[in-house]
Design a binder for this molecule. Structure first.
Ligand SMILES: Cc1cc2nc3c(=O)[nH]c(=O)nc-3n(C[C@H](O)[C@H](O)[C@H](O)COP(=O)(O)OP(=O)(O)OC[C@H]3O[C@@H](n4cnc5c(N)ncnc54)[C@H](O)[C@@H]3O)c2cc1C
Ligand SMILES: Nc1ncnc2c1ncn2[C@@H]1O[C@H](COP(=O)(O)OP(=O)(O)OP(=O)(O)O)[C@@H](O)[C@H]1O
Length: 545
């Protein structure tokens, strides 16, 4: 069947959140009001810099809070670091694809707007933080640069260089924050924990002795720690230092990228206002939180899951705010397994973040944290058929097309395409992880490489090793072929049952499935899985969730 055999009605594009800009601003303003406090007092002096990184928000931002409390003027800065627009480490894909770059631009524009509403501004500078921040600290006599702490080596390296750069700046003694004989007059770098729902200082164990098994980790933190409340700030944070040119929000051509056209699927709106809008829409307006656990394995449209991840990854949304909203919903509407399950999933996110602190760079290495030896292929043609959605398996191809068109893929889809690349194709999992790094709006090194090492069977938890059978996944999660037909309209003329199993009516399959791909093979598939038989000598344990 040829893809052009029939003219297709154009598929809908879903804006996420589906609110108009005025409604988004109204929700954001109301939320800011609820989280404003006039009782917080400022007792500092001079200028403090807040260096925004992956914490592009005003609400519940400890770096911003500390900068405000410790100063008379806050200089808010974002550095557009050219390294973010280089290449991925091993395979040289674009480090940030156009869709995420566009999302970042929208986050910056919104952050600037929200800071201005509070009497501040955002200085946007192009260059390396280790060059920009020391020079700003010197010009403004800033006593401290506050920023959110990261855990992966690329970001840790930048932190180290910024600290070194600041040590070379000598301030006049009147600018120094501390006094006393031992104080030096260099601006300090103060890094604050802020990415997770549970605070690192509240964990019942040291990160180096973090439990390797997720369930142990979750049970332990649920029993022994509480999520901290969101940090409140006064409504007005000004004045900012006097600056003639605050710099413009960058455009895509400044990154050498072309404007992406989201012609199908979901178009996510970047920024904190959109993030708060989405929480409001998903929890309160559409009342979807009450059924989340039963819909979360879907693949099509904005409503089967929260879609919070792009804003969480850029830091436009605080996980502690989500926790507080879940608790508020449970009080005002209802508490059930679905309301809890959003928090359960956020604990996965915490877990991967803390694991990166425990396992360091091994998360990015071929053998993963367990240093598993295995022969992987780097077959370019096979990889490209996966990347471009030309494998001959509609479920894989539809998911890969969604990823490259929108920058998003469901959790179900990610697990399926990961298993297919790694287990059916036998391709080096890092190729898949780096392609995800390029494309995902919600790219986060810890969640991405953590999930890939898991899926590839090289993760820290040896019990969690899974093979996803494509026919079984298709029958369970896309029984009527609705998802595949959305992304592959050439399948529309087939019956619902045929859409995921089109045979010759679609393209040739580039590889056979490890455990067969017809119903005839299903029993064999189960039998093999039950015996733990798998390629590469790893154990098959069924699926996680
Ligand atoms: C191979 C692979 C790569 C992935 N890469 C990323 C990534 O780079 N960034 C990212 O944020 N997530 C990643 N995930 C996890 C998950 O797929 C996404 O977080 C989820 O699909 C986002 O959609 P949502 O916000 O609607 O999720 P929901 O189902 O609504 O879940 C709520 C939140 O819980 C967190 N969460 C849910 N599942 C996971 C998980 N398995 N691991 C970590 N956090 C989770 C996310 O923050 C998510 O926003 C990856 C999963 C796989 C299998
Ligand atoms: N934020 C990040 N996003 C993606 N990859 C990251 C991030 N931080 C660190 N890495 C990866 O961690 C690895 C660290 O490489 P580095 O050279 O620093 O140490 P290494 O342990 O000697 O690794 P290698 O021997 O593979 O070069 C690289 O693969 C790098 O891309």
């Amino acid at each position: 069947m040829s893809s052009s055999s029939k003219s297709q009605p154009s598929a809908p594009v879903y804006k996420v959140p589906g609110l108009d800009p005025e409604e988004m601003d109204r929700v954001a303003d109301q939320t800011f009001q609820r989280y404003s406090s006039s009782s917080v007092k400022r007792n500092g002096k001079g200028v403090a810099v807040v260096w925004f990184r992956n914490d592009l928000r005003v609400l519940d931002n400890e770096a911003l809070y500390k900068a405000w409390v410790s100063s008379r003027e806050v200089l808010a800065v974002y550095c557009v670091d050219p390294r973010l627009f280089g290449s991925t480490h091993y395979f040289g894909f674009p480090k940030t694809g156009a869709l995420r770059a566009q999302f970042l631009i929208e986050c910056l524009a919104d952050l600037k707007k929200n800071l201005m509403k509070r009497g501040l501004n955002l200085l946007i500078q192009h260059g390396k933080p280790e060059e920009i921040l020391p020079s700003l600290a010197k010009v403004f006599g800033a006593h401290t640069v506050y920023a959110q702490k990261e855990t992966c080596s690329e970001e840790l390296n930048v932190e180290r260089l910024v600290r070194k750069g600041l040590q070379r700046v000598v301030l006049p003694s009147s600018s120094a924050q501390s006094s006393g004989p031992s104080s030096t007059n260099n601006p300090k770098l103060q890094l604050l924990w802020g990415t997770t729902m549970y605070h690192i200082d509240d964990l019942p164990f040291d990160t180096l002795s973090l439990p390797d098994v997720y369930t142990q980790f979750r049970k332990s933190i649920e029993a022994k720690c509480a999520v901290r409340g969101c940090i409140k700030l006064p409504a007005s944070l000004g004045p900012p230092p006097s600056i003639g040119d605050w710099g413009c929000v960058p455009s895509l051509d400044q990154f050498g990228l072309q404007s992406p056209n989201v012609s199908k699927g979901m178009k996510f709106v970047g920024g904190e206002s959109a993030a708060l809008g989405r929480v409001n829409e998903y929890f309160w307006k559409k009342d979807l939180l009450r059924i989340y656990k039963h819909t979360r394995n879907g693949m099509l449209g904005p409503d089967y899951s929260t879609k919070f991840s792009p804003w969480l990854a850029s830091g436009s949304l605080s996980p502690r705010f989500i926790d507080e909203e879940v608790k508020r919903y449970e009080k005002e509407r209802q508490a059930n397994d679905s309301t809890y399950w959003v928090l359960f999933e956020l604990i996965w996110r915490d877990y991967f973040r803390f694991l990166s602190a425990k396992y360091g760079n091994s998360l990015f290495h071929l053998g993963g944290p367990r240093n598993v030896e295995h022969r992987w292929s780097q077959d370019k043609i096979l990889f490209e058929s996966w990347r471009d959605g030309r494998t001959g398996y509609p479920l894989i191809d539809a998911n890969m097309k969604e990823l490259s068109t929108t920058g998003f893929m469901s959790n179900r889809g990610r697990q399926i395409v990961c298993s297919f690349l790694v287990r059916d194709m036998g391709i080096d999992w890092r190729m898949g992880a780096e392609w995800f790094e390029t494309c995902l709006l919600d790219y986060d090194p810890c969640s991405n490489y953590g999930n890939w090492t898991y899926g590839a069977g090289v993760g820290n938890d040896p019990r969690e090793d899974r093979y996803f059978s494509i026919p079984k996944q298709a029958r369970t999660y896309d029984p009527e072929g609705e998802y595949v037909v959305y992304w592959l309209p050439q399948l529309e003329s087939l019956t619902k049952e045929e859409r995921n199993f089109p045979g010759r009516a679609y393209m040739k399959q580039v590889v056979p499935l490890k455990f067969g791909n017809t119903s005839r093979h299903q029993n064999q598939d189960k039998a093999l899985a039950a015996r733990g038989t798998n390629f590469g000598g790893r154990q098959t344990k069924g699926q996680r969730r």
